[in-house]
Design a protein around this ligand. Structure first.
Ligand code: GLU
Length: 611
């Protein structure tokens, strides 16, 4: 096969957009808006499509850098700003959220209160702009420009020609504003608010800007390209809701049915659509249909939604299978602590009482519920439950609440630990602040699962009558490696070893040191450490009294493959290989082979479990 390197490979999404653009360019339906005279100068051939993902990747084709006025799409951004300035209740008291099913410039006010039906029609949008805070007209304009900049990622300006054109012809909007003032909905000077509204509608944007703006809303309010917060997370769902029900004028119901994404269009020819959690779409093509929506824009969004199955109600079933990476107990996988064989056997035989659940990805209501019900099915066989969150990227509010309820349900009968929560500050705070969880410090005591398992194993051994006490002195003959040695051989060995004392933190040997001896631990514990780089190390295993280390060199005299460090004040019997006679060497090597064979068996079970 002839493999060519250095060949540019086109991203499949880019390829799709280029094909779609080419195809939809043939559509010649619709007319360019002219009721604002300056808009009629737009070229009907202009056509751009852009998609921005929540990871900040932007795909674009056609006239995506051509500037045009944002028009009604601005209503979305100003509504979010108004919510931030005034709070939801104050805004709701003046502007409702009911779809009007009427045209954008309909008067649609509640008969008695004069409250506009929603913020996406002009009446509601003018009222929304009236609620933007600022000490002066120019400061309020600056606040709006700054807000738009957070969404687009660059400074924006008002297209003066379009603004003046709308200002001199916007009689209907003036009429609406006067009515709003009469009802007390507009408290400010009508002319100032209208001026601000006309300017906000005349802000220049590009199709790419719309995609990035939509992606901010898809990304919980954070601009995925710049990382700047465009809108407070608390208000994102509110803004998306009005877009979903009222964003496409009197075509909103059809739009939701066909495309299934909250969206907003403007008479300048732009449409932006949001697929929450995933992406934003911006389309620009000036010719509009009878509802005031871009003809090609509608078609482009319909096609993108249909071909990729992006309709909001076309969802993926979310179960434990998506977030439960692996479930095991200590009959299958044990801690990295190496213990004498008889202790290991007790743990293996009784290990089903320690259950470990390694979670991954995004925990949402249904997946978390599913994990919890799986876990509860086996709860009667468990005494210890460890939930490992290290590989989770998100734990949503509903999952947090469910997990708190899980703790409450099991904490009187079981020990439960949550590990790997280092990156989940909000969840940790939520847990520690919960007054009903008095034992939370214990539940969060272990950062990593390995140490939590080790602690549970210790308790299991204690329950089985084995005191886990590294400070007890272990005789040489109690070491697994000395099994089968006759008493004379043992006393010979005894003569050849030298007792060495280590203080906590002392290094016994480092990676690369000569392998000239081995150590029988008689008291305390040692850690085997691998240095990943100058700053990071990983514990491979912990060795307790009754186990040995450095014995691999008995086979090959190779240099040390890791570092060994005393975990606490400890004692060892060091055996130098140069003193060792052939009989004892043979015995030790046979026992070592036995130990390695067992370890291989256990490792195979572990690998199977994790693969
Ligand atoms: N500035 C326009 C107006 O108020 C916005 C209309 C629109 O884009 O729907 O008429």
């Amino acid at each position: 096969m002839d493999i060519k390197t250095n060949m540019a490979i086109k991203n499949p999404l880019q390829y799709f957009l280029e094909k779609l653009h080419h195809e939809l360019l043939q559509i010649k339906d619709g007319v360019v808006a002219s009721y604002i005279p300056e808009l009629s100068h737009a070229n009907p051939e202009w056509f751009g499509i852009a998609i921005a993902t929540v990871d900040g990747h932007v795909y674009q084709v056609g006239d995506t850098r051509q500037s045009f006025t944002i028009q009604s799409i601005s209503k979305v951004l100003t509504y979010g700003l108004s919510l931030e300035h005034n709070g939801i209740d104050a805004v709701r008291s003046k502007i409702d959220v009911e779809p009007s099913g009427e045209t954008f410039n309909s008067i649609s006010l509640e008969p008695n209160s004069g409250r506009p039906l929603n913020p996406m029609i002009n009446a509601g949008a003018i009222a929304t702009t009236g609620m933007v805070h600022g000490n002066s007209h120019s400061m309020r304009l600056q606040v709006i420009l700054d807000t738009f900049e957070r969404y687009t990622g660059h400074p924006v300006t008002v297209d003066e020609a379009v603004y003046l054109s709308e200002k001199t012809t916007g009689h209907r909007n003036r009429g609406i504003a006067c009515l709003l003032q009469d009802f007390g909905i507009l408290e400010d000077n009508v002319d100032d608010t209208l001026d601000l509204y006309f300017r906000q509608c005349s802000i220049s944007v590009s199709c790419r800007d719309l995609a990035v703006t939509a992606a901010c809303l898809a990304n919980n309010g954070v601009n995925p390209v710049t990382g700047v917060v465009a809108l407070d997370k608390r208000h994102v769902d509110k803004v998306l809701s009005v877009m979903g029900s009222c964003g496409m004028y009197d075509y909103s119901g059809n739009w939701l049915y066909n495309v299934g994404m909250p969206a907003k269009s403007g008479v300048g020819g732009g449409i932006m659509a949001v697929l929450p959690g995933q992406l934003g779409i911006g389309v620009f093509s000036p010719p509009l249909d009878e509802h005031g929506n871009s003809c090609r824009g509608i078609k482009a969004c319909e096609r993108i939604s249909k071909e990729f199955g992006l309709h909001l109600y076309d969802t993926v079933r979310s179960t434990s299978a998506s977030v439960l990476r692996v479930e095991y107990d200590t009959t299958q996988i044990r801690s990295r602590k190496q213990r004498p064989e008889h202790e290991e056997e007790i743990i293996i035989n009784n290990g089903s009482c320690i259950g470990v659940y390694e979670l991954q990805g995004e925990l949402k209501f249904s997946s978390t519920e599913s994990v919890i019900s799986d876990l509860l099915e086996k709860v009667s066989t468990r005494k210890y439950i460890i939930l490992d969150f290290r590989r989770t990227v998100e734990i949503d509010r509903s999952s947090q609440l469910l997990l708190v309820e899980l703790i409450k349900a099991v904490k009187d009968s079981h020990m439960i630990f949550f590990t790997g929560l280092n990156a989940h500050y909000a969840f940790k705070r939520f847990l520690t602040k919960n007054k009903a969880l008095k034992d939370i410090d214990t539940i969060l005591k272990f950062q990593d699962t390995d140490h939590a398992i080790e602690w549970c194993e210790d308790r299991l051994l204690e329950a089985e009558g084995v005191a886990v006490n590294d400070d007890k002195l272990i005789d040489l003959d109690q070491h697994d490696l000395c099994a089968g040695l006759s008493s004379s051989e043992l006393s010979l060995l005894q003569e050849q070893v030298t007792e060495v004392q280590f203080n906590s933190g002392d290094i016994v040997f480092r990676y690369g040191d000569p392998g000239d001896s081995m150590y029988f631990i008689t008291k305390g514990a040692f850690e085997v450490i691998l240095h990943l780089d100058s700053k990071h190390e990983r514990r491979l295993t912990t060795l307790s009294a009754g186990t040995t280390f450095g014995e691999l060199a008995l086979l090959n005299q190779n240099r040390r493959a890791a570092e060994v460090r005393a975990q606490k004040d400890s004692l060892c019997l060091q055996l130098k290989f140069d003193k060792l006679g052939p009989i004892i060497t043979t015995r030790l090597v046979a026992n070592l082979a036995n130990k390695l064979a067992k370890k291989l068996e256990w490792d195979a079970v572990e690998i199977m479990k994790l693969s």
